[in-house]
Design a protein around this ligand. Structure first.
Ligand code: GLY
Length: 352
């Protein structure tokens, strides 16, 4: 007679443990690491969560879309031709790094010293291998450097002087630091520094200022699922305008700004790096899918609205079924996606 109440109690515990997430079907680790052609591919890119003006000229909106289109098409063609998700994410992110519109590579935001310090990471969901670079000043395409670090060293993350030396040893393409700096970013820095000075006068100490004040806009990223069922993710950024020299954000931190695991998903994050590191957002998303059996959409909602604060940022992700999310709480995140079903989406502003 005790049996029925006990079953009910256990069921209740399971439901509570699921935290309201819908249990995903077809879950088994044996199905997770695929090596056969599935016929399914998917790709999603982002150009950074932020606060772009909805009233920007139509020509600017068109140019944003064309930039995204260029990056998406490069990644998409690789996947359609049977290439790897790693090749696709690296190639798509390189296009965005070369585009001064975004805060990565050329056109990256400036530190308060007026210099560029670039961060990037890449992860292979099949092997869990990953590579990352932080604070590099002369590497033209940090995402390609991150991939070489993943493939050619026993380590994961290189920073500063040692990273520069390794890039030189690897014959990675390097440029004069002036290559990255654009007039727009100089103006942004000047404005930001004036705001910081004004805030100081109103008695706000440097320590009490919100990290939101640093314009975390324009980080780029890509996630892809290839025909072999393998997921990869990549993220690249200049960080935040007027950041302190030496500051490193979430983008090169595996599990914070980037993560990929064939068992669950790939994800690239954008926003206030400190928050994404603090809550290990990229890995948290994967864990919600893996252990709480949340759908990708529900897991994204939980990390963005229950772990992070409003306006902290956004993310793009693809799960192993090829489901895609492009979500942000900032109201704006240029992003685009395509998949084997013929879906093709572009977004700039997102209803909150
Ligand atoms: N999410 C980019 C950064 O905080 O550096």
């Amino acid at each position: 007679m005790m049996y029925i109440p006990t079953v009910c109690f256990v069921s209740l515990l399971v439901l509570l443990a699921c935290g309201g997430c819908k249990v995903t079907d077809n879950w088994s680790s044996s199905a997770a690491i695929s090596s056969k052609q599935t016929g399914h591919w998917a790709i999603v890119i982002h150009g950074g969560a932020g606060m772009l003006d909805k009233n920007m000229p139509e020509s600017d909106k068109r140019e944003y879309r064309e930039s995204l289109e260029r990056s998406l098409t490069v990644g998409e063609s690789i996947l359609k031709a049977g290439g790897t998700s790693l090749d696709a994410v690296e190639a798509a992110v390189r296009v965005l790094e070369d585009d001064p519109r975004f805060n990565a590579g050329k056109g990256a935001v400036l530190t308060r010293d007026g210099t560029c310090e670039l961060d990037a990471s890449i992860m292979d969901g099949r092997t869990l291998k990953c590579g990352a670079a932080a604070g590099v000043k002369t590497v033209k395409n940090p995402i390609s450097f991150a991939r070489r670090i993943m493939q050619e060293t026993p380590h994961i993350l290189f920073a500063g002087e040692g990273a520069e030396r390794l890039a030189a040893q690897m014959n990675i393409e390097r440029v004069d630091p002036a290559y990255f700096i654009t007039a727009k970013r100089r103006e942004q820095l000047e404005r930001k520094m004036q705001e910081i000075e004004a805030a100081k006068k109103i008695a706000a100490s440097a320590a009490s200022r919100s990290t939101h004040d640093y314009y975390p806009t324009g980080t780029v990223g890509c996630v892809a699922l290839d025909l072999a069922g393998n997921i990869a993710a990549a993220t690249s950024t200049g960080g935040m305008t007027a950041k302190m020299p030496g500051r490193v954000g979430d983008s090169p931190i595996i599990g914070a700004g980037c993560y990929a695991n064939n068992l669950t998903l790939g994800v690239s994050c954008t926003g206030t790096g400190e928050q994404f590191i603090r809550h290990a957002i990229a890995h948290e998303l994967s864990s919600l899918v893996r252990y709480q059996r949340c759908s990708l959409k529900e897991a994204a909602r939980i990390v963005l609205t229950e772990r992070l604060d409003p306006d902290d940022g956004g993310l793009i992700a693809i799960d192993r079924e090829g489901n895609i999310v492009m979500s942000t709480t900032t109201g704006c995140m240029p992003a685009a996606s395509a998949d084997w079903r013929g879906n093709r989406k572009f977004q700039m502003w997102v209803d909150q």
